[in-house]
Design a protein around this ligand. Structure first.
Ligand SMILES: C[S@@+](CC[C@H](N)C(=O)[O-])C[C@H]1O[C@@H](n2cnc3c(N)ncnc32)[C@H](O)[C@@H]1O
Ligand code: SF4
Length: 381
């Protein structure tokens, strides 16, 4: 089997944050957690074809929200189907309000060797604005709990560009994350996603993005401050400290194969993308009773695969080596996309040296648009 990663989606949250469009549900009836675990076991049994995954990522939603006994069961289910002990990186996402030393120990014993904790900010008024269920003290306690349980690779998720946030507030968030001793940082510029409360509020004039100049200043400060602190900016929003890069995400940006299980999860193997049923109930029913919980399957056209290779890969600091993409996908990527590279280079967003494309400092600020140009070309082509 070629290198394949595994993604496990745990779709539960304590609250639904106003900015988040991930497939997650606030459920009061914990029996649904058990039903989810049974369905997950059934789906993994059918979908994982054996062999050791390159990496595993247990994300969400909020995996740490499960009770200790259910968290243990979740990891036992994954461990029944895949060889976690031999897997180089097994990440689990956790939220400060639910990560305890006890749960962190269960995760560690169950094979997780990397934790990603969603802190977002340490400022009380901004946490409230984001609908987060924790405060700064809980975020720090969760980090300490993870260390106490033996985790030596802890990443923190932070967000900047929160409406009303000042430059100094972001600067202090970054300092606090560094003081804690995070081994990796993800620093996301808040986006207004379709279908979220934030986006509705924006349309109705109740909130809106900050001034673009302020976002830019925060982004540039992030890069220079983290470079000074010894972090490698290996992707637009991701910075590797002592813990190194997130191999799972890097595999994804390199267009590696992956299997995704859980509601709404997608899988990609050799240019075929399969997406699971999104609603929790429908996915559970299908996983428990039917042969498949798939909602759609799509065989990507060669030009689509090339465009996606660029869309994903351009986010990496290393950029994309065009001949390598051509060889791997057996299509002339240069011929397909060179006119776009030339235009983007003229506009100042990328450097194209005839072998490799890479974002410029300016392009980093508009990575989504730069990548979007490649996808648009595949639709037109
Ligand atoms: C979907 S969450 C899952 C992990 C966990 N539940 C949490 O809240 O941290 C993963 C990360 O995505 C980021 N995120 C989600 N929605 C975002 C948005 N609209 N803009 C920027 N970052 C976002 C947050 O930083 C969050 O930590
Ligand atoms: S950001 Fe995390 S906690 Fe908030 S709704 Fe999304 S997945 Fe849940």
């Amino acid at each position: 089997m070629t290198a394949t990663s595994l993604y496990v989606h745990v779709p539960f949250c304590v609250v639904k944050c106003g900015y988040c469009d991930f497939n997650s549900y606030v459920v009061v009836d914990e029996e649904l957690h058990d039903r989810f675990l049974a369905a997950l076991s059934a789906e993994l049994g059918r979908r994982w074809r054996g062999g050791r995954p390159t990496t595993v990522f247990i994300g969400g939603g909020t995996p740490s929200l499960l009770s200790p006994a259910r968290l243990e069961r979740l990891l036992a289910i994954v461990g029944e189907h895949v060889d976690l002990a031999g897997c180089a990186e097994v990440t689990m996402e956790a939220n400060p309000e639910s990560l305890t030393v006890d749960k962190a120990r269960i995760a560690r014993a169950g094979g997780v060797n990397r934790l990603s904790i969603g802190v977002q900010t340490f400022h009380a008024h901004l946490l409230r604005f984001l609908d987060r269920a924790h405060d700064a003290a809980k975020a720090e306690a969760a980090f300490v709990a993870a260390r106490e349980a033996g985790f030596d690779n802890i990443s923190l998720d932070l967000m900047f560009g929160i409406p009303g946030e000042s430059f100094d507030e972001w600067r202090r968030d970054l300092e606090r994350a560094l003081q804690l001793g995070s081994d990796h940082l993800s620093c996301y510029n808040l986006t207004f996603e379709p279908g979220t409360r934030f986006e509705r509020d924006r349309r109705q004039g109740r909130t809106g993005p900050n001034d673009q100049g302020l976002d830019r200043a925060m982004f540039e400060h992030t890069r220079s401050r983290l470079a000074e602190a010894g972090f490698e900016a290996y992707e637009v929003s991701n910075f590797a400290g002592r813990g190194g890069r997130c191999r799972h995400n890097d595999h994804y940006w390199l267009q590696g194969d992956y299997v995704g299980v859980g509601p709404g999860a997608s899988s990609h193997r050799d240019g075929v993308r399969v997406t699971n049923l999104k609603p929790l109930d429908a996915w559970c029913d299908a996983a428990l009773s039917g042969p498949t919980c798939t909602a759609s399957a799509e065989t990507l056209r060669p030009l689509q695969r090339v465009a996606e290779a660029l869309w994903l890969g351009i986010r990496r600091a290393d950029g994309v080596e065009i001949e390598a993409v051509s060889r791997r996908l057996r299509i002339d990527a240069r011929a397909a996309l060179e006119p776009i590279f030339v235009r983007q280079q003229r506009e100042g967003s990328i450097v194209w040296d005839g072998a490799r494309v890479r974002l410029t400092g300016e392009g980093l600020l508009f990575a989504d648009q730069v990548g979007g140009d490649y996808l648009a070309a595949a639709i037109d082509g």
